[in-house]
Design a protein around this ligand. Structure first.
Ligand code: ADP
Length: 508
């Protein structure tokens, strides 16, 4: 292998590995046709890690052709679900064997704490693959009684070539959510990674080959969204597009996919509310409200980024919440085991979060905590030399529903706290958004809990917690937060067609 196809890397924790840099097509790492590369930056230090090849429109076409050929090839097409499951389990095993390395790559490339990547993201990849491996030989059709002279039955068939476009906030998890059900149902895949965080999944590509998947079944490409992503979304030989990312890009993807009427699933943005009623366990609410917005550097589509609190408990809740943020949100080096919050993923995200903080101040919200960069270019501009895209956990109180920080998705460690007077008002405020991903509510009154859960326009509701996600439970949004569901049994619906077969029993 030519030396510019891989590079030897060492992380701050001493782990050393050979990082593939190519496009993974037909089980081989290849250069892009244009030789263009994208540089991955370590968000903690702002230093270059390495540069990986970026797919051009032509490379996307090559990957799609490989996936189409693999889809029709008996080595995949004739495989039973049971045999597909064996490969999926093997991949899950290999990922487990490389857990520490993959967590290291994730901490370096994405900036998330190593301990989180190791204890949450790597196991999630394995769990999702194993869960859908379990379904691979249990996803069958029906026989339908249509009277004695005819017979009818259905079979579930794969869709074909699936284009899958993932974001940078959970590179391993998002890949697994897409690959698991697609492979389970017998599809082939072109997975486009986010250009900001390609390294962990390029390493997994090596393991895919080792797990025994035939060439072309799983193709993994890095590339710019507007070129490689768009080429995949509009490609005439792609049957399905599954996308996770911002609502604005989701809208673009939907338009591009319309040209050939592709099957689509979209998981897009959110501005999820967290409601604290007057009878809530306030300590519990504060603990979960912290997790709900500050986990993963606030870069979670389901973040409960609007906290709505009843006027009777507002001051006490804010006190407990601020205390939770102060004591738990230790910001620092992702490789330090004490770190809860690493840097924002890129300079662009760092600046975007700081801009929102500025707008919150200008619009007159009370800055109760944080609000400042604690590393990176903005600090350097103030005469200091600190590096990294770190932002202090930020809490705005006395927020008004018209403010930008209340209406728009910030995607950072920044939360807006507002007050409400009645349950009716709380529900109306929760639903006053174009988004509908998640919602959390805190109350000791279980009748109210279930009533409000039904009233809120969201794909997921958490009662007395926030941001639970489980591979066995459907995940997705309503309104402009998405179309379709991932995870759980519901996730299978997005990856197979039902074919109905009618048989004339009177034919001789
Ligand atoms: P961000 O969270 O950075 O705003 P996006 O929603 O734009 O991210 O990106 C999510 C994924 O969509 C990434 O893999 C990105 O490359 C891809 N993408 C961006 N623009 C397009 C586009 N026009 N068509 C298809 N994919 C895109």
């Amino acid at each position: 292998m030519a030396s510019d196809m891989e590079v030897q890397l060492t992380a701050p924790n001493g782990k050393t590995w050979t990082q593939p840099l190519g496009l993974f097509i037909n089980n081989k790492f290849v250069k892009s046709s244009t030789r263009e590369k994208i540089t991955s930056i370590n968000p903690s230090t702002e230093e270059e890690i390495c540069s990986v090849y970026a797919a051009s429109t032509q490379d996307v076409d090559t990957a799609v052709k490989a996936a189409r050929k693999a889809f029709r090839d008996p080595s995949w097409k004739r495989l039973s679900g049971t045999d597909r499951a064996v490969m999926m389990h093997r991949l899950a095993d290999l990922v487990g064997q490389n857990a520490e390395l993959l967590a290291t790559i994730e901490a370096l490339d994405n900036g998330k704490p190593y301990t989180v990547a190791l204890s949450e993201n790597v196991p999630e990849f394995q769990n999702v693959l194993r869960y859908y491996a379990g379904y691979a030989d249990k996803n069958f059709g029906q026989v339908i009684d249509v009277g004695p002279s005819k017979m009818a039955y259905t079979v579930k068939e794969p869709l074909g070539v699936c284009g899958q476009i993932i974001p940078w906030n959970f590179p391993l998890d998002m890949a697994a959510w897409k690959l698991g059900p697609a492979l389970c149902c017998g599809n082939t895949v072109v997975l486009k990674l986010a250009e900001q965080t390609p390294l962990s999944m390029l390493y997994v590509a090596k393991l895919i080959r080792e797990a025994g998947f035939p060439p072309g079944v799983i193709n993994i490409i890095n590339g710019h969204g507007r070129e490689a992503g768009a080429a995949l979304a509009k490609h005439e030989n792609v049957d399905k597009i599954a996308f996770t990312g911002s609502t604005a890009t989701g809208r673009e993807v939907m338009k591009l996919a319309a040209g050939t009427l592709k099957n689509i699933t979209l998981e897009t943005g959110g501005k999820s509310p967290l409601l604290v009623f007057e009878d809530a366990d306030l300590e519990l609410a504060a603990t979960w409200a912290h997790i709900g917005i500050m986990s993963n550097q606030g870069q979670v589509c389901t973040s409960t980024s609007r906290i709505l609190v009843h006027e009777a408990v507002y001051d006490e809740f804010v006190r407990l919440f601020n205390r939770a943020v102060e004591s738990i949100s230790v910001v620092g080096d992702p490789f330090d085991p004490n770190t809860f919050q690493g840097p924002q993923v890129t300079r662009a995200q760092y600046e975007r979060v700081l801009d929102y903080i500025k707008s919150g101040r200008e619009e007159g919200a009370t800055l109760a905590m944080g609000g400042v960069p604690i590393g990176g270019p903005a600090v350097a501009a103030n005469g200091e030399t600190s590096k990294g895209f770190f932002v202090a956990p930020t809490v705005f109180t006395n927020v008004k529903p018209a403010m930008k920080i209340y209406r728009e998705e910030i995607f950072g460690p920044c939360v807006a706290v507002v007050v409400f007077k009645t349950e009716e008002e709380a529900v109306a405020m929760a639903n006053d958004t174009t988004y509908g991903l998640g919602a959390a509510l805190f109350t000791r009154n279980m009748v109210r809990a279930h009533r409000v859960a039904r009233e809120i326009e969201a794909g997921m509701v958490w009662i007395n917690s926030s941001n639970d996600s489980d591979f066995r439970v459907p995940f997705g949004g309503v309104k402009q937060s998405g179309i379709g569901r991932e995870l759980g049994e519901a996730g299978l619906a997005a990856y197979s067609n039902i074919k109905s077969i009618h048989v004339n029993m009177e034919a001789s």
